[in-house]
Ligand binder design. Structure first.
Ligand code: HEM
Length: 477
């Protein structure tokens, strides 16, 4: 295959231990401890080019930030790559057989199940979010306008998304948040950290024996199962009604509940539970991360804050509508720029499910075909790719939303992934984030940064800020 396709060996990261890769693993861990894993990855690519390999735990990984290679993996050669057994084994205690851990027909079925829930009418309906932002603004006032916004965004996103998905908000922002809600919130965090640890351990995953992790997964599942039972009850009740009395057929518009919609197509409680936990996790950290990084930058860039606030106020109306938010062009640029510099899914990977050939990645310049053996992993970093000067210009390391006035990137800009597994929640996330930002910039006239340090990476399944967003907001007159 190698000869037939003119494949050349890829560049390799020089390693002292080329079998187990202990030197690379230790370097990775050391950088992560100093919140600098992504910077380390970026500097490796600066030195070794767009594509190079590393060997760890007897496994070869192809590291890349080459958009052509990534497009082939995610789109043109989609069927040659999958999530693979490693990802399934590490994530299954929390995510079961949900959309994030499955491939082929099982994944296709899951994807078909959730597709109808992202129709335009649902994702552009601001009534889902409105009172959660009211609560957020009230909470900021109760804390005397001095807050860690990241902490609040995590709660707000979980509150609003759980209402959309379960039909009932977890209620973390209310003054009387129930104990089960707080326990669920912490369990979700712990279970997620354990999942990423297992993923990093790779073939040594068997060494991960943490009772608290298993208990946390059980807590999350038990919380979700309560709502699954309600959805199945709803399904049974609907089935008993004559057609003209069923929800939506009697002229009224019932409240949209994602889980009820899923339950129309399946009555498998485990499948429903896994789907909803996958969705909740997919939605919470990414959206909260995007909002946090946006305000992290706004607190440090008074020029961007002023320009953004002018844009928001120019188009603002009460109640705020989807069309008004769509008019806020600079808001769109700010979000695009934040997703470029701080993509919530900063690194990702796929495993080859057979021997296959990629058209690039081989040879000293990475431009020759590359043989990928079955079970080898391709790891790609949007964080690194989004900061490459050859794609985004000499100021690629700068936060400059204005670049989006003319920028029309292709596969070199990939915050929501691409190909058949592109994020189905993209529109939902951008709508929720735009609405939240517009409401906050309307409610507050200024933001003061209370944290003199640079950003410190916190990389679990998604990218967030280890130092949060410490700031003081000024209420608008
Ligand atoms: C700023 C916010 C978001 C970002 C940056 C983001 C990004 C991504 C990325 C990069 C993937 C690909 C993961 C992979 O294939 O390994 C993905 C998948 C997914 N996202 Fe999002 N996401 C966001 C918000 C959301 C929201 C709000 C939802 C749901 C309401 C959602 C639901 C999903 C689902 C279900 C998948 C799996 C798709 C599949 O495998 O077919 N995401 N997202």
């Amino acid at each position: 295959m190698r000869r037939q396709n003119g494949c050349l060996p890829p560049k390799r990261l020089p390693q002292l231990d080329p079998l187990m890769g202990t030197d690379v693993v230790l370097q990775n861990l050391g950088a992560a401890r100093k919140f600098g894993f992504l910077d380390l990855l970026k500097s490796r690519h600066d030195t070794h080019g767009l594509t190079f390999t590393t060997n760890t735990y007897l496994r070869t990984t192809i590291n890349t930030c080459d958009p052509v290679l990534i497009q082939n993996v995610l789109s043109f050669q989609f069927h040659d790559f999958g999530m693979g057994p490693l990802r399934r084994r590490s994530a299954s205690p929390l995510l079961g057989r949900g959309i994030f851990t499955t491939d082929d027909e099982v994944w296709q079925h899951q994807r078909a199940l959730i597709r109808p829930s992202f129709v335009r009418a649902q994702v552009t309906d601001f009534t889902i979010f409105g009172h959660h932002i009211d609560q957020l603004i009230a909470l900021i006032a109760r804390r005397n306008y001095t807050v860690d916004l990241q902490q609040l965004f995590f709660r707000m996103v979980l509150d609003s998304n759980s209402e959309y998905m379960f039909g009932e908000s977890v209620g973390l922002m209310s003054e009387t948040a129930s104990e089960s809600a707080t326990t669920f919130h912490h369990a979700l965090d712990y279970a997620q950290q354990g999942t990423i640890l297992r993923l990093r351990l790779g073939n040594l995953m068997f060494a991960h024996r943490d009772k608290k992790f298993r208990d946390s997964c059980r807590t999350v599942h038990a919380y979700a199962e309560r709502f699954v039972d309600q959805a199945l009850e709803y399904r049974r009740a609907q089935a008993m009604l004559p057609d003209e009395k069923k929800d939506g057929n009697d002229g009224t518009r019932p409240k949209y509940v994602f889980l009820n919609e899923l339950a129309k197509d399946t009555d498998d409680p485990i499948l429903l539970r896994d789907q909803i936990v996958n969705m909740l996790l997919a939605a919470r950290d990414t959206t909260a991360g995007l909002l946090s990084f946006t305000f992290f930058m706004l607190a440090r860039r008074s020029d961007v804050w002023a320009k953004l606030r002018a844009d928001v106020l120019q188009h603002y109306c009460e109640p705020l509508t989807y069309d008004a938010v769509m008019e806020m062009t600079y808001l769109r640029y700010v979000l695009q720029e934040t997703l470029r510099m701080f993509p919530p899914i900063a690194t990702n990977s796929r495993m080859a499910n057979k021997d296959t050939v990629l058209p690039v990645g081989g040879g000293p310049d990475g431009k020759s075909p590359l043989l990928v053996a079955k079970h080898n992993v391709v790891t790609y970093s949007t964080f690194v790719m989004h900061r490459r000067k050859e794609f985004f210009g000499p100021d690629a390391d700068e936060f400059r939303p204005e670049r989006w006035e003319t920028l029309r990137p292709g596969w070199e800009y990939l915050p929501f992934n691409g190909g058949p597994r592109i994020c189905p929640g993209q529109k939902f996330a951008l709508t929720e984030s735009s609405y939240t930002i517009a409401r906050l910039l309307h409610a507050f006239s200024g933001i003061e940064n209370l944290d003199p340090t640079e950003w410190r990476e916190q990389l679990t399944l998604s990218l967030t800020l280890n130092n949060g967003v410490q700031c003081r907001l000024t209420p608008a007159a």
